[in-house]
Design a protein around this ligand. Structure first.
Ligand SMILES: Nc1ncnc2c1ncn2[C@@H]1O[C@H](COP(=O)(O)OP(=O)(O)OP(=O)(O)O)[C@@H](O)[C@H]1O
Length: 291
């Protein structure tokens, strides 16, 4: 996905990533990924393929080897904590109570108002805040313990976007939104990428409207990057009806690969007894650190 000279100074770069959950076989082995600044990259894959794990690694939530393995905005995603603290790197995930971008760990289900939550985030440009409240159609009087899942999600998204991030990692956050809000939000993201050269990686299983929204696609299967391309270079899209049918065909072809599955098993077997076993990556995964 290298598009311009010097993009490494401000994009995402993953080089030789190794990662395994404690006691599990490796999920990522020598994994590489590049995302140029200003990209809107769809992260696609079957359930369990590793999307959430990858986004959390990009968000600096897992320690993975040295400073050069996962670089975001030319900093180490894990080691350079100011990336998150200053709002440059934002992560919006599925949980209501986990970290919300730079807003920290905030529970979103107590007896308090949406206004209390949103206005509690410090150092925010009031114009940007009004724009987001309007875009997400948030009633500031909502009591957070009485709202619907979709309304709570809107408040979560609003809080996560209050600071003008440079890199935004989205893990299926639009799933509870109604179609109008989802499309308005996608338009907002597009504007952010085009006007500020923000970079977005978006993991989703909902493909409506994404053919023209995304600039790039990264498709992973069992922790392996199978495709990484500009949307305009995905030749199947030219003949298929929509992105959904293309992704469907990719997922179907995964199931039809028994021989490769065998080879994955033998690869895992050989990894267990390979020098990787003694590598620093192995020891770092046994010290698995989770933020
Ligand atoms: N905390 C954990 N401990 C051990 N294994 C985990 C943990 N979280 C995820 N996994 C495993 O890692 C693999 C990748 O999971 P991950 O959540 O990254 O997949 P995903 O692509 O986001 O899936 P989905 O589309 O269902 O959200 C799965 O096999 C899963 O079982």
């Amino acid at each position: 996905m290298v598009e311009e000279e010097g993009w490494r100074r401000s994009g995402i770069e993953v080089r030789g990533l190794h990662f395994a959950y404690d006691g599990q076989p490796p999920l990522f082995v020598s994994f590489d990924l590049e995302v140029a600044p200003g990209s809107r990259c769809l992260l696609i894959g079957a359930n369990g393929s590793g999307k959430t794990t990858l986004l959390k690694i990009l968000a600096g939530k897992h320690m993975v080897g040295g400073r050069d393995v996962v670089r975001v905005l030319n900093s180490s995603a894990f080691h350079d904590t100011e990336l998150v603290c200053n709002g440059d790197l934002a992560y919006l995930g599925g949980s209501w109570s986990k970290t919300i971008g730079s807003a920290g760990d905030v529970p979103l289900q107590g007896d308090f108002s949406a206004e209390h939550m949103i206005f509690g985030v410090e150092g925010v440009d009031p114009v940007r805040r009004e724009k987001l409240i309007d875009l997400l159609d948030i009633d500031l009087d909502w009591r957070m313990h009485k709202v619907s899942d979709g309304q709570r999600r809107r408040v979560q998204i609003c809080m996560g976007l209050l600071h003008p991030y440079k890199v935004l990692l989205l893990d299926e956050v639009t799933v509870d939104l109604d179609v109008v809000t989802r499309m308005d939000l996608l338009d907002f993201f597009k504007e952010e990428c085009e006007q500020r050269e923000a970079t977005i990686v978006y993991a989703t299983h909902i493909f409506d409207g994404l053919e023209s929204w995304a600039t790039h696609v990264a498709y992973i299967q069992d922790g392996e990057l199978r495709r990484s391309a500009k949307m305009s270079d995905v030749h199947e899209l030219k003949s298929a009806e929509n992105l959904l049918s293309v992704v469907e065909s990719w997922l179907h072809s995964e199931v039809k690969r028994p021989i490769e599955k065998e080879s994955v098993n033998s690869t895992l077997q050989s990894l267990k007894s390979s020098p990787f076993d003694q590598s620093p990556f192995r020891s770092s995964r046994h010290m698995a650190y989770y933020r």
